[in-house]
Design a protein around this ligand. Structure first.
Ligand code: ADP
Length: 687
């Protein structure tokens, strides 16, 4: 009973000692001491089993000093009671491991299981060895020797509680060992990480949740101009002027999340510089830690700035080019409009009969004026295409009507030259998706060339067939084009020199413009030609998808000519004297009453006091422009109903939209010949 109590006391003491983190060796020493005294034994040891399978061996954890000669004394002194290894298990204590059961021998000297004692080993009279298990595995051995009277199998069961304690201590010890090993590995890893950070080419700054800098690598020293010992422990805002909260929310919770940000950081000289900061966060010992990798992007910024400035200046240049184009368009067309308009009025004889010579010169003036105008128009169109200003506005179009209309425009010229015109359409042609005005321009161009470059008696024709797209071919039986010039003719200002066409007037721009107009609509313009036989110019247009086929085609034939005129009043608002005179003359010659105004202010005043039926409103005017006057007229109850037709020479993208937005009912692009103006006015007159 007392022995049992002593045993239990010893067990409890050993456990407590171990639990508070006491030294394993000391705990085992105590246990062995209790064991020896409880069992009245002379020698003993506690040893753990190490290794596995065949190579298992025992290593002492506590052991009675049994040194019997110089060598063993030295060994015991070296290892102490712990760490002695026994690799030969063909011994009495080894059998405990091999048989996984207790070994009792009260005549060890003659026991066949003994492995022989080393020379000089103190004699062993009796032996008890008991295994300590973890599951079915022997993890330790407790061996006792030389009890007077020997041991019995009961002793083994008496020791049971103590063995369990030894078992848990051995196990815990293994765990502790494993932990220290993994800690050591962790340390190696940390050191390795540390050296990676140290060697990193980018600046690395590690800081905690409060912003306190914990690591600062050599690249960071270089970038920020601080030695790491000067900056460690300081607030990271000395480097990155941002709230840690802000940085945190941006790096987010968790180890894997990352964020990139371009910001301005602070050098030790207090100079600011742009940097790209990549931020990561991770948990270290339960504390959130941030890693910022910082890269100087001054050079990149400089390059980006230069690029932006270059782009801005290119855009400015392109804008001024646009403005220049708009200005040109106005400045050149307005006076030319006067020249052409006035010559045609004089030629009509409205102001009296002309001398034949005068008529001949006037015809020449009108013709040259028109040629100049078409040249200007082509140059402007081409310039606008180059500036991506000329955007086609495709809509469903009936190609037959468009071709007939273009033929109509060259008919007079063909008849005059003795050339016959032909057209051939495949039956049931679908609607095409095309910009009506631009496609007509191309057709007139190609037909005009055909007539120009075909000698009298020849034929010019158009052929339209449908496939996946609609193909339009304009052919002639003319002089043809030499094979080596077939591509050149599509370049601006290129004309083929020949005896026949030397007399042909032209700009050399028509084909260049036509090809670009077709390409802008997603098609191609190609040519086939045989000198002396004729040429074939061909282009395709996309077909309107069947879904859209219900869409009514845009009217391609000008309608409503010749509505009988009633005596109506037109207010002509125009600052240019020649233009004003021209339009006034023409409208009056057609029985209309005309009131004039020279700027926006006068326009509003005249509209109020003369109550016109229609207002022709120039847009660009001094003092007050046409858009502003239109807005006022449309807001006044007594004038809001009067139709306003805008006249503008700008012809730039968005002009029409601006006029309509200001309240204009219609829009005419200058130069517009007096007949077009009359037609537009007629359409707006009250019926
Ligand atoms: P332009 O007709 O105003 O000279 P184009 O660009 O329309 O300018 O044509 C360029 C040149 O291509 C013409 O000058 C002419 O030499 C040649 N060319 C164009 N169409 C034909 C054609 N149908 N037959 C023969 N030569 C042509």
């Amino acid at each position: 009973m007392t022995e049992s109590n002593r045993l239990l006391d010893a067990v409890t003491a050993a456990q407590n000692r171990f639990l508070i983190g006491g030294d394993v060796g000391a705990v085992c020493d105590d246990l062995l001491e209790v064991l020896l005294s409880l069992t009245d034994s002379e020698f003993g040891f506690i040893a753990e089993v190490r290794g596995s399978g065949e190579s298992r061996f025992l290593r002492s954890m506590a052991m009675t000093n049994i040194a019997w000669n110089v060598a063993t004394t030295e060994m015991y002194d070296r290892f102490g009671p712990r760490g002695m290894e026994f690799h030969n298990l063909e011994t009495l204590f080894g059998r405990v491991v091999l048989d996984a059961g207790p070994v009792v021998s009260n005549d060890p000297f003659n026991d066949p299981r003994r492995g022989g004692q080393p020379y000089g080993h103190p004699p062993i009279d009796s032996f008890l060895g008991v295994p300590v298990f973890k599951g079915s595995q022997v993890i330790a051995v407790v061996a006792l020797a030389n009890r007077p009277g020997g041991y019995s199998a009961d002793d083994a069961s008496f020791l049971e509680p103590l063995l369990t304690t030894v078992g848990s201590i051995v196990e815990a010890m293994h765990e502790r060992q494993a932990r220290t090993e993994s800690e050591a590995r962790e340390q190696v890893r940390e050191q390795r990480f540390q050296s990676v950070v140290e060697a990193a080419l980018d600046a690395v700054v590690v800081f905690d949740e409060a912003g306190v800098i914990e690591a600062f690598n050599p690249a960071a020293e270089q970038l920020f101009g601080y030695r790491s010992d000067e900056i460690l422990g300081s607030d990271v805002r000395r480097l990155i002027p941002m709230d840690v909260d802000e940085l945190g929310s941006w790096a987010m919770e968790g180890g894997s999340s990352e964020g990139h940000l371009e910001t301005t950081v602070i050098h030790s000289s207090q100079d600011l510089f742009p940097a790209e900061v990549s931020l990561g966060s991770f948990q270290l010992d339960g504390q959130k830690t941030f890693t910022a990798v910082i890269r100087d992007i001054t050079e990149r910024k400089v390059a980006e700035d230069a690029l932006r400035r270059a782009k801005e200046s290119a855009e400015r240049a392109s804008r001024s080019k646009d403005e220049f184009l708009a200005g040109m368009s106005h400045e050149l067309r307005t006076p030319l409009n006067g020249v052409i308009g006035l010559s045609s009025i004089l030629l009509r004889g409205t102001h009296g009969p002309l001398h034949p010579k005068q008529a001949e010169y006037l015809t020449q003036i009108e013709k040259s004026g028109k040629h100049l105008l078409s040249l200007i128009n082509d140059v402007l169109d081409l310039a606008k295409i180059e500036a991506d200003q000329l955007e086609p506005a495709p809509a469903p179009v009936q190609i037959e009507a468009l071709v007939e209309q273009a033929l109509g425009m060259v008919r007079e010229m063909a008849i005059a030259k003795g050339i016959s015109l032909e057209s051939e359409f495949e039956a049931g042609l679908p609607l095409v998706h095309a910009d009506e005005r631009r496609t007509r321009q191309v057709l007139v161009n190609l037909l005009g060339n055909g007539v120009k470059f075909t000698p009298a008696g020849g034929t010019v024709g158009v052929e339209v067939v449908a496939g996946r797209r609609v193909t339009v071919t304009v052919w002639d039986t003319g002089i043809g084009i030499p094979a080596d010039r077939l591509e050149d003719i599509f370049l601006p200002f290129q004309q083929v020199e020949s005896s026949l066409d030397r007399h042909q007037e032209g700009t050399g721009l028509g084909l260049a413009l036509s090809r670009r107009l077709i390409e802008a609509q997603g098609g191609t313009l190609t040519v086939q030609s045989t000198q002396g036989e004729g040429s074939r110019f061909r282009f395709e247009l996309p077909i309107v998808a069947t879904d859209d086929a219900s869409v009514a085609p845009e009217s391609v034939v000008d309608g409503g000519e010749g509505r009988p005129l009633s005596p109506s009043r037109v207010l002509v608002v125009e600052d240019n004297d020649v233009n004003r005179m021209l339009i006034t003359d023409y409208l009056e010659a057609h029985g209309l009453e005309v009131v004039v105004a020279v700027d926006g202010n006068e326009a509003v005043a005249r509209a109020l006091d003369s109550a016109p039926d229609v207002i022709l409103m120039d847009i660009q005017m001094p003092r007050r422009d046409g858009l502003s006057a239109t807005r006022e007229l449309k807001s006044l109850p007594s004038t809001s109903h009067i139709p306003i037709i805008a006249l503008t020479a700008l012809a730039m993208k968005g002009d029409a939209e601006r006029c309509l937005a200001a309240g204009c009912d219609d829009y005419l692009s200058k130069p517009c010949d007096p007949a077009t103006v009359l037609r537009a006015v007629e359409q707006r007159l009250p019926r």
